[in-house]
Ligand binder design. Sequence first.
Ligand SMILES: NC(=O)c1ccc[n+]([C@@H]2O[C@H](COP(=O)([O-])OP(=O)(O)OC[C@H]3O[C@@H](n4cnc5c(N)ncnc54)[C@H](O)[C@@H]3O)[C@@H](O)[C@H]2O)c1
Ligand SMILES: N[C@@H](CCO)C(=O)O
Ligand code: NA
Length: 815
Amino acid sequence: MNILKFGGTSVGSIESITALMEILKSREGTENPVVVLSAMSGITNALLEMAESAKNLKDYSESLKLMEERHFTIIRTLLPAAAQNPVLTRIRIYLNELEDILQSVYNLRELSPQTRDLILSYGERCATEMISHIAKQQFKDVLYADGSELIKTDSNFGQAKVNVNLTEMLIRTFYGSNKDKLIFVTGFISSNDEGRVTTLGRGGSDYTAAIWGSALDADEIQIWTDVDGMLTADPRIVKKAFSLPELSYTEAMELSYFGAKVIYPPTMIPAFLKKIPIVIKNTFNLDFPGTYIKHGVSPSNLPIKGISSIDGISVLNLSGSGMVGKAGFSGRLFSMLSREQVNVVLITQSSSEHSITFAVKPSDSLKALSLINKEFDLELQAKKLEYPEVENGLSILAIVGENMKRTPGMSGKLFSALGRNGVNVRAIAQGSSEYNISVILSKSDLSKAVNAVHDAFYSDLKKTLHIFCLGTGNIGKTLFAQLQSQMQFLADHNDLQVKVMGISNTRKMHLDPNGIDLTQWEEELDMANMKASLPDFIKKMKAMNLPNCVFVDNTASPNPVEYYLDILESSISVVTCNKIGNSADYEQYAAFKQAARTYGVDFFYETNVGAGLPIIRTLRDLMLSGDKVARIEAILSGTISYIFNNYKEEILFHEIVKEAQDKGYTEPDPRDDLNGKDFMRKMLILARDAGYALEEKDIELQNMLPPSCMAAVDVDDFYAELKNNTDYFEGLKKQAAAEHKVLRYIGKLEDGKVAITLQMVDESHPFFTLSGSDNIISFTTNRYKDRPLVVKGPGAGAEVTAAGVFADIINIGKR
Ligand SMILES: NC(=O)c1ccc[n+]([C@@H]2O[C@H](COP(=O)([O-])OP(=O)(O)OC[C@H]3O[C@@H](n4cnc5c(N)ncnc54)[C@H](O)[C@@H]3O)[C@@H](O)[C@H]2O)c1
Ligand SMILES: N[C@@H](CCO)C(=O)O
Ligand code: NA
């Protein structure tokens, strides 16, 4: 036989009770289960509040009325009129009794633990009466059982201890004479020798189910709740948390000890002792097969079973010379705390014995502090111990799983995930069983930390990059389209998910904690009612505190650059196609690189030179492998390349410039291309990456435009001046053609010096044949001495640039 326990949410509404009946229906024909029920969701809390209100002479009648209404509504909806009266009367009797008790509390202004337990018992009684009556309509031989009469305990009200032998005998006897009936029994409540109601403490209904299961040697104890069993992490924190099919009792206890509220650990003990499987099922998702907690779980490929966390924790640290070599010191500390009912959640001790750090619930922290001050008064006064302080605002994160015992590198993985994401670890403890490694960290880091650790351990399952993008122009737009169309492929082939969490241009910004739907980012940005503000955008990005976070700069503006350092120092990677950052002061360039190293994040800018062509990466690989650059020769302006490759026959110079702009090759301001500034920036970045600490002023730039074009005040004026100088450009074209040469704007780095010059080259020159917006770069190095390493291909355009940005993002994901 089975025990089926339904929690508060499963008896809390018309829908859930209907579902509950369906679940029982589907089992008809098999042996009757014993059904254990909780109070309707929210009722236990309401009862506690009513009791407190009564004691404090506050009005509780509203809540009482509400409690009645919730039960009556369900009865009136789910029972035919003729069947309603008996149960309405029953509930009314209960509520009258309850009202009398509350009135006495009110009169006496006194609420004893005994009375509180009695008050609480009405939650389970009302729910169980109600549901057993509803069941009577659909099942024959339904029996309501008041569980408090069958579970006998001591008089420790609020958290009574069960008299196991007597209880098991009572349950067996009761069940023996009611075997053929469908029994509905109240969870949570019990009674002492005098027959006074006691309660079993937190999670008490699960405990009732386990006690019944153990007494009756059940085949299975099913805990029906509103989630898909035990998950790898709290789903409110980790969106990708997934259900675990199987857990050992120890794993389940470790996981629930640190926060997983699905089942309360002590409740498992009777089941554990008798090796009865506990199955967690979802009343609202019958397709979910359940999480099995049992003996002899099958070997699992999961490195850890889950990550659990406690949100609010306080830490006390006791240190001083007085502890060194003193046997029994920690014994004295912890037995004193236990005697005084302070629950110690975690302990770490330094091996020098100089200090003990331990964690307690924040509500216990001041009590612990004053107990220590009292207990160690002499040592404190003699300065053998430092006065302890309470540190608040902390959380615990724990990884749990029996596989840890057998697998090296688990703690390495944990700490590198935390370190990479800038999470500072305050204290560490590993259970001696090796089922659990716990760390204490700042509460504000908890969500990020749990996500990062989840990603690290289940990375073969799926990793999410959270990206925040500036710029929705040529490159930004194209990047979103590419991301959108590659999404599925990435998930299928790289186990990678890229989520755009925020987008801003100069007008508006939009951030969405669930990720922005890229099929309609433009509409969402349009509708967003946040005016663009770079500082706010960055503040919000940092506040989201997400793991694997990337800031993407697709602008041509100097403003975002001012924040790169701060962003990198917040453990957020930066991907940028904007060259302004790397081509300003050398000092700044070096600071970006240093910050990325220090904070363990990436600073990627492949598209700064040659758009998507692998130039920066190639140079980096050469340098990292110990090669030395002797010379770089390159054509690095896609725009000028396009112009010279197509400036032929009839077409005029200013027309071809316009064409390059229309094709998306130019900078937002095409003057930046033609005046050589863009080229100069690229050469500067390459020279720096090649190890030369150059500044802009060190670069020799031969200007290819007549002075009036250089002096143009805006883009329109610039085009007008290009047109005015048609003869000059035609002259260049004709001269080149006459000499069977082509025009090339070429950059050269040699002996630490950079020059960019306009040249006419013949077919013997390796840069003679180029087409479209091609860039070409040749590296002559110690290893590539006789024949240089050459990279060539389209070096401008939205598609190839966005693809380069995309690749940088993916490379962050792969690390
Ligand atoms: N076109 C190419 O082939 C190519 C190749 C490599 C690199 N790049 C670089 O790509 C970058 C973008 O070029 P584009 O053609 O997409 O430019 P664009 O003018 O089309 O778009 C720029 C975008 O940046 C936004 N923006 C500007 N300042 C901002 C700020 N302070 N905050 C938020 N948003 C801001 C604008 O609103 C606009 O949406 C440039 O730095 C360029 O050098 C371009
Ligand atoms: N405007 C740039 C884009 C690539 O950085 C060019 O023409 O080369
Ligand atoms: Na590149």
